[in-house]
Design a protein around this ligand. Structure first.
Ligand SMILES: Nc1ncnc2c1ncn2[C@@H]1O[C@H](COP(=O)(O)OP(=O)(O)OP(=O)(O)O)[C@@H](O)[C@H]1O
Ligand SMILES: [Mg+2]
Length: 334
């Protein structure tokens, strides 16, 4: 028997809850996944589906009021729950790094680019000033900044949005992490710059063997990134599988609705776009039952309002949590 490769992240039944008037409100509810070294996981879903809370919980940077629970949450075989604040400081930035939608959140406007990157290098490895400087030049080059040495003296305000995001990526790479979490990292950028940043992340992933968690609500970008896709709705994962498979053969009514509601390369030109009727429920309003039931065209009376759907196999590595699918298979779906 061949030994299973050790996952970078192995997470089971991860939930993030906030205190509410009538008990805890789950912003993330029962997320499980395994991410191998060098793999990518794309997380997609509408605003408020819990994507950022999930990423924050993985990095242990959730808001103070939030409580994170999981039956398993291992980083390279080590339980994250057992880490001390000091271990977390070494892991965060050192082994796993996050890139945010707004590079301003990651960059200090008062410090030069070079100084900020050298500070991260120095925080995670013992090295001389000259070594930290050459590492800063190296990661700026990796992040695709032209004339990286000349950029050391630049301040964030002197750079364009796309260049600032490249600096944020260089900062994330500074300590040679094994995992990058990009939370809507390209959302604020022009479409052509978005494509460049995604191409950059994919190249880095390939060349450096990085694990990548890529959060987006843009399914074309999801397809571009590749790897596995997890679709989330109201805090719950509803469908997961290889990105191309899920986009070609979506099995959850929500995934289908998402694909019909957004102009993507996967939507056919003949069918007009159809927004999903209704609104995303507020966290806490989902209760028991299937989270999408109030907007679902194929919800099963007496089932979806009381039972959260079990996972069904829709194909190799492709799973869907839908009561209709569990009861009737594909035949039940429009
Ligand atoms: N500090 C907080 N206290 C209580 N609830 C919160 C807090 N922060 C976020 N939430 C709730 O958690 C839910 C998930 O939010 P999250 O930011 O993870 O969504 P998201 O999927 O990242 O959305 P977006 O696409 O807009 O970034 C939201 O519905 C929000 O109301
Ligand atoms: Mg978010």
């Amino acid at each position: 028997m061949t030994a299973m490769r050790q996952a970078l992240l192995d997470v089971a039944e991860l939930s993030v809850a906030f205190p509410g008037r009538n008990g805890p409100i789950r912003a993330v509810d029962g997320v499980s996944f395994r991410l191998e070294p060098g793999e990518s996981l794309v997380i997609a879903g509408e605003s408020g589906s819990g994507k950022s809370m999930l990423c924050r919980a993985l990095m242990n940077i959730q808001p103070g009021a939030a409580s994170v629970t999981a039956t398993r949450m291992d980083w390279q075989g080590r339980a994250l729950g057992a880490l001390s604040p000091r271990d977390w400081r070494a892991l965060r930035g050192g082994q796993m790094a996050m890139i945010f939608q707004d590079p301003a959140a990651a960059l200090n406007p008062l410090l030069s680019v070079g100084r900020q990157i050298m500070d991260v290098v120095n925080a995670h490895r013992a090295c001389s000033r000259a070594q930290a400087r050459s590492r800063a030049i190296e990661v700026l080059g990796l992040a695709g900044l032209p004339e990286p040495e000349a950029r050391l003296a630049s301040y964030p305000s002197q750079l364009s949005g796309g260049m600032r995001q490249r600096v944020a990526i260089a900062l994330a790479l500074a300590a040679a992490p094994k995992l990058i979490i990009a939370d809507e990292a390209t959302t604020n950028l022009d479409v052509s710059i978005q494509a460049q940043i995604v191409a950059l992340l994919k190249r880095l992933q390939r060349e450096l063997g990085l694990g990548l968690i890529f959060v987006t609500h843009d399914l074309d970008l999801a397809a571009e990134v590749g790897g596995r896709l997890m679709v989330m709705y109201a805090g719950q994962p509803v469908e997961t599988g290889p990105v191309q498979t899920v986009l070609k053969d979506p099995c959850h009514p929500y995934t289908r609705g998402l694909l019909r509601s957004a102009p993507t390369l996967h939507s056919s030109r003949e069918t007009p776009l159809q927004p999903i009727p209704g609104q995303t429920p507020k966290p806490g309003a989902v209760g028991a039952g299937a989270p999408f039931r109030s907007r679902c065209p194929v919800s099963v009376e007496g089932v979806c309002d009381v039972r959260r759907a079990p996972w069904s196999e829709a194909g190799p590595g492709h799973r869907v949590a839908c009561n209709r699918f569990a009861l009737d298979g594909r035949g039940g779906l429009p």
